[in-house]
Design a protein around this ligand. Structure first.
Ligand code: SN0
Length: 311
């Protein structure tokens, strides 16, 4: 495993360049992916497109006499000339569901840059986060070959994704991906997966095949081994906040009905709005090792991509 020997493949990325393109802010994804690339011997360039780049046009057939300066056709193609692998972060606009869920921007970037692309979170998915989450759950489950010896969990852990309150409408990308990966793990008999949220926050069906949806949070949390806390805006009333979320913040009192559940969050987390600081600062929180595992997730993915590149 890469975690045990981080530099074992440091020749793999020799003379290969990774370009990381950000249309939105990032802390963990940015740094873990850079570090992963460095461990593999790659060079890394970072482009903060939202702050330092030209305003991008993504639609075809528009006369560019407004605020957009450069078309994604040229921008992506040019970046592809300088890099062997590109990564792209682009949040959804949360205005037009069809546009966001078609992954229009991400797909155009992939099409025009002409090199392999890794998602650093797109409109509907955050795969590097979900891989890190799966690693974290494995390390804390005693039915896993990666069990660290620290966990407490029964043969088939119960994993609960719980909606949390927030002040801003957030993407569904993180819960979509988490649900997609947990449904797959459940279908392989590794765990039981439950989603709980107020009515109206149902995720798109394509990501929740096989998941049990329970509207009563206390019912969902009973006997949980892992609780994944995340806010998202409504999919059905697209991009909307439907309620004030009162009572949905996870507190240590709620942990009493669980199997001493470990608590996860992708970060950044709004303390005492989404999740109580008492939990975050206490022994049940996995958020820091979870973020640490972003490195190994990114390194595993980049390693595979490098192995497929022509040398
Ligand atoms: C993002 C999201 O998709 O929910 C990134 C998570 C990795 N989160 C936010 O944008 C939080 C913003 C805020 O103001 O709390």
């Amino acid at each position: 495993m890469l975690k045990q020997s981080p530099y074992k493949f440091q020749d793999l990325g020799k003379n290969k360049t990774l370009g990381l393109v950000f249309l939105n802010p990032s802390l963990r994804t940015r740094l873990s992916t850079q570090k992963a690339a460095l461990n593999l011997g790659m060079h890394v360039m970072v482009m903060n497109m939202d702050k330092e780049g030209w305003a991008l046009e993504t639609q075809d057939g528009v006369v560019m006499n407004g605020t957009t300066v450069e078309h994604i056709r040229e921008a992506a193609a040019v970046m592809g000339q300088y890099c062997d692998i590109l990564g792209l972060r682009s949040f959804p606009k949360l205005q037009d569901r069809e546009e966001d869920y078609s992954e229009d921007l991400f797909n155009k970037f992939v099409k025009f840059c002409n090199v392999p692309v890794v998602s650093l979170e797109s409109a509907t998915r955050h795969p590097l986060q979900s891989l890190a989450d799966l690693i974290t759950i494995s390390e804390n489950s005693n039915n896993s070959p990666y069990f660290s010896g620290q966990g407490h969990v029964k043969a088939k852990p119960k994993v609960v994704l719980t909606w949390a309150p927030h002040v801003k409408p957030l993407p569904q990308a993180v819960p979509n991906s988490f649900s997609e990966w947990m449904c797959r793990a459940q279908s392989e008999g590794l765990l039981d997966f439950v989603i709980t949220h107020p009515e109206g926050y149902e995720l798109a069906e394509e990501f929740t095949q096989g998941a049990k949806v329970v509207y009563k949070q206390d019912e969902a949390l009973a006997d949980a081994d892992f609780i994944y806390v995340k806010n998202w805006s409504s999919y059905s009333e697209y991009g909307k906040i439907l309620n004030d979320g009162e009572g949905w913040m996870l507190t240590d009192k709620m942990l009493e009905q669980t199997n001493a559940a470990k608590v996860m969050h992708c970060l950044p987390v709004r303390r005492d709005l989404e999740l109580s600081s008492k939990i975050l600062d206490g022994p049940n929180s996995l958020v820091i090792p979870e973020a640490g595992n972003r490195l190994w997730a990114a390194q595993a993915v980049l390693k595979r991509m490098l192995e497929k590149l022509p040398s």
